[in-house]
Design a protein around this ligand. Structure first.
Ligand SMILES: [Ca+2]
Length: 137
């Protein structure tokens, strides 16, 4: 690759040292002290109260699938739409819902137990709903 030659000056333009400012002042900048303490404030989490337990857990059977329903929980801070519900099948976390129902869509051919816990936006977890035994098919 060949670099192009430096551009020739246009007629009437004189090349030479730039006439810059004569009195430049350099201000020393203090070095960063990495050991200096850094403070940051975040708003404290004031919500330490868990929502109420989901009430009236109920199951409807559709062939071998189960539709779980429960009553909304109440929280001291969060509106009901902000409460998340964690669903457990046989004690194992199955998934979360923000509505007050959840389909258990895999075949539940044997008797299973279902519980639901409500979690507010601060992570406070309710006690479990009642445990429901259900055999859908
Ligand atoms: Ca709360």
């Amino acid at each position: 690759m060949t670099l192009p030659a430096s551009p020739s000056a246009a007629p009437g333009v004189k090349c030479g040292p730039l006439d810059g400012p004569k009195n430049l002042r350099v201000t020393a900048i203090a070095p960063h002290n990495s050991s200096a303490p850094v403070s940051a404030t975040t708003p404290p989490t004031t919500d330490t109260t868990a929502p109420s337990a989901p009430g009236d857990l109920y199951a409807f059977d559709f062939d071998c699938e189960t539709w779980l329903l429960w009553d909304q929980s109440v929280d001291d801070v969060d509106p009901q739409y902000a409460i998340q519900y964690d669903v457990f099948v046989n004690g194992v976390f199955d998934g979360s819902a923000t509505a007050v129902d959840r389909w258990i869509t895999y075949g539940t051919q044997t008797s299973n137990t279902y519980t639901v816990e409500a979690v507010d936006s601060a992570g406070n977890r309710s006690t479990s709903s009642l445990t429901l035994d259900n055999q859908s098919c």
